[in-house]
Every structure is written in structure tokens, then in C-alpha cells.
Design a protein around this ligand. Structure first.
Ligand SMILES: Cc1cc2nc3c(=O)[nH]c(=O)nc-3n(C[C@H](O)[C@H](O)[C@H](O)COP(=O)(O)O)c2cc1C
Length: 360
């Protein structure tokens, strides 16, 4: 059997990731715990719905709405059309967008095209690069990082922390020994801000504190309750008849800190700007995230599903999100994002325990 080129291995894996995420690989038995957050209803909003302001500033950029399209894809021909649509929407709505891991784009000029289309279609939007912590630990050099930033004229660099995914992935790389020191070094050296993100298991208070001692620009908590990468890799491991990894993926499918909890815990641990993501599925989840302490929200799979159909499906989804966010703001009497941030809310169990009883 002929040995596959690394570029094709990564491209195939990226395509499988898209296909499996489209089939819905969310958490199986646990949730984000957004259902344990209740924003207090205001019967007297004292604002005209049409005057509600949703604009905000994030990492020095103006956003028309407090959310972004989270890091997903690129590096496979199947991603080209999806990224082209996502970028067009980011530009039209004045929001941000992240591309998926650009490792494949470094290996081949062909595959770089599926990333480059993003800046082409979104000349003004806040667009950010992506690379894995594991690749940094393995020594990915500054020259390569500058190359991937240049590929999309990036406004920021997202570094993803995905230890669970690396463990379950049949070809995963679970050496995290130098990740924090590389984040420290890069956050001092690069001239764009760094966003450190999880991919669906959340950020704990001690990790938030360690990260806030570096010069990073933001933390994307990406908590548990949405897309499960242990789940996606479990299905792949099963397909490759790797029983050990497949069993591991089943056991850890729902591993992590629920999104509502990781937002609140991270906010109590650091002043670093926070992106809330992992299982945000509507505009009410976004409003709750901001009330809990996030600066903006991020959506991955909910953007992928309509973007894989048509541009109109994608804009219909985003317009609905905006309607849901503004409706929530109206119903709590918040005229702008600053007022949404300081709105009153209550929490119910088990979220109350999660955010008050983390013990050592
Ligand atoms: C198809 C797909 C590909 C993804 N690829 C990446 C990636 O390359 N880099 C990354 O940091 N996160 C990646 N993610 C993770 C998302 O950015 C996000 O953290 C996670 O999916 C949770 O959000 P969700 O529940 O809204 O999907 C990917 C998600 C999906 C659905």
C-alpha cells in the first residue's frame, strides 16, 4: 500500500471533521447549564426595541454584534465554499471570524487557498488565525507562525488547547509540556493579540490565572455542552477499528466544564477579555453568557450547518440570532451591551455549586 502524503492525511481528517460535526456530535448526557441561568424579566423596559444598540469593541475592533464565527475549517477543498460563505457573512454583519487550524495551509499552497478566501471575502472584518498548542509544543517556529498570520492578514492568532481531542484522536499528539512557555513567548513577540481557546472542555480557574500572567489578549473558554471532539474522534477511531481509542472517546465524550460554569469561573479568576463558546445555540444563550461575564460569544457548529447549505441559510440563521439577542435585551430592559453585562440574574443547581464550590 502506498504511504499517504501528510498534506492529504490532514486534508482528509479535516473533511471528516466537517462531515461528522454536521451529523451533530454534541454532548450526549450533559449540557452547557445555560438552563440554570435565569435573567430577570423587566415588565417596564423603558426603551424602544428599534433603538437597542448591540455594537461593542473587542480587542480594539468594532463589532456590530457581540459574537463571532468560531475557528473551524480550511485545509481541505471541501472547506473552500464554507469558508467563503462564512467570511462573506462576517463582512456583511460586521462580526469576527476564525479559520480552522492552518497547519495544512503551511504544508501546501493549494490547501492555503481555502484559508486565503477568507480575507478575500472579508477585507474589513476581524479575522483570526489558528494553530494547535500541540504544534507549538513540538517546536513550530516563528517563521511558520508569521507565514500563517500573513496567509489571511490576520488580526489575531487563536491557539487551541485540545488535550482531550489529542488523546482520543487515533493519530493525536499529546505532548503539552511546552505549551504554556510557547504561549508566553509568543504573546510577547507577536504584533497581533493571542486568543487562547479550548475546543469544548472549558477553562478552569487555575488555567485562567496562568494564562492571565502572560500577555495574551483574550481567552475563549469553549466549554462542555456543545460539539464534543472526544465524540468526533471516537467515531473516527471506531471507523479505524482502534478499540482502545474508541472506548476512551466513549468514556470521555462529555468530559469538561459546562459552558455556563467556565464563563463564570473564568470571569472570577481574571480580567482578561472572554469569548464564550461551546454549545451556544441561540441569542438567549449569548445574552446569558454576557450576563455571566463574557465580552462576546462564539458559534461554531451552528454556523457550519447553514453555511454548508447556502449563503441565504447562513444569513437567515444570523438574523434570527440577532433578533433573539435583541429580544432578550428588550425583555430585561438593557439598551446596550454595557447594560446587558450588568443585568441581574439568578442561578439554579447544579450551576450554583459549580461556580461556588470548586475545591482543591
Ligand atoms: C467542523 C469543526 C472544526 C473545528 N476545527 C477547529 C480548529 O481547527 N481549531 C480550533 O481551535 N477549533 C476548532 N473547532 C472547535 C470550535 O472552534 C469550538 O470551540 C467548538 O466546536 C465548540 O463550539 P460549538 O459547540 O459552537 O460547535 C472546530 C469545530 C467544528 C464544528
Amino acid at each position: 500500500m502506498s504511504k499517504k502524503n501528510p498534506k492529504n492525511i490532514i486534508a482528509d481528517r479535516k473533511k471528516e471533521g466537517i462531515d461528522l460535526a454536521l451529523k451533530n456530535t454534541d454532548a450526549l448526557t450533559k449540557t452547557t447549564l445555560f438552563e440554570c441561568v435565569e435573567l430577570l424579566h423587566c415588565a417596564l423596559p423603558e426603551v424602544n426595541f428599534n433603538d437597542i444598540k448591540t455594537s461593542t469593541k473587542f480587542l480594539g475592533h468594532n463589532f456590530n454584534f457581540p459574537f463571532l464565527i468560531d475557528s473551524m475549517t480550511g485545509g481541505t477543498p471541501a472547506a473552500h465554499k464554507i469558508n467563503a460563505r462564512l467570511a462573506q457573512a462576517a463582512e456583511e454583519f460586521g462580526i469576527g471570524m476564525g479559520v480552522g487550524s492552518q497547519r495544512a495551509g503551511l504544508l501546501s499552497n493549494d490547501l492555503a487557498q481555502s484559508f486565503k478566501v477568507v480575507r478575500k471575502n472579508a477585507p474589513n472584518a476581524f479575522i483570526f488565525s489558528n494553530i494547535g498548542g500541540a504544534q507549538l509544543s513540538q517546536g513550530l517556529d516563528h517563521k511558520s507562525i508569521k507565514k500563517l498570520l500573513k496567509m489571511i492578514d490576520a488580526d489575531a492568532l487563536a491557539i487551541h488547547l485540545n488535550p482531550l481531542q489529542e488523546l482520543v484522536q487515533p493519530e493525536g499528539e499529546s505532548n503539552y509540556s511546552k505549551v504554556l512557555s510557547r504561549i508566553k513567548e509568543l504573546s510577547s513577540d507577536l504584533n497581533v493579540p493571542i486568543i487562547v481557546k479550548e475546543v469544548g472542555s472549558g477553562i478552569s480557574p487555575s488555567v485562567a490565572k496562568k494564562l492571565s500572567k502572560t500577555k495574551i489578549g483574550a481567552i475563549n473558554v469553549a466549554g462542555m455542552g456543545g460539539t464534543s471532539w472526544a465524540g468526533i474522534e471516537q467515531i473516527r477511531a471506531k471507523k479505524f477499528k482502534n478499540k482502545q481509542k474508541s472506548d476512551l472517546g466513549l468514556l470521555f465524550w462529555d468530559w469538561g466544564i459546562p459552558t455556563a460554569a467556565t464563563i463564570s469561573l473564568t470571569r472570577s479568576s481574571t480580567k482578561t477579555p472572554i469569548i464564550a463558546s461551546g454549545g451556544l445555540r441561540n441569542g438567549l444563550d449569548l445574552a446569558k453568557s454576557i450576563a455571566l461575564g463574557a465580552d462576546i460569544g462564539g458559534y461554531a457548529r451552528p454556523m457550519l450547518t447553514p453555511a454548508s447549505k447556502s449563503y441565504n441559510s447562513l444569513t437567515a440563521f444570523i438574523n434570527q440570532l440577532i433578533l433573539e439577542l435583541k429580544s432578550t435585551m428588550f425583555l430585561i430592559g438593557a439598551k446596550n451591551i454595557r447594560e446587558l453585562k450588568s443585568t441581574e440574574y439568578i442561578t439554579t443547581e447544579p450551576l450554583t455549586s459549580w461556580i461556588s464550590k470548586v475545591k482543591k
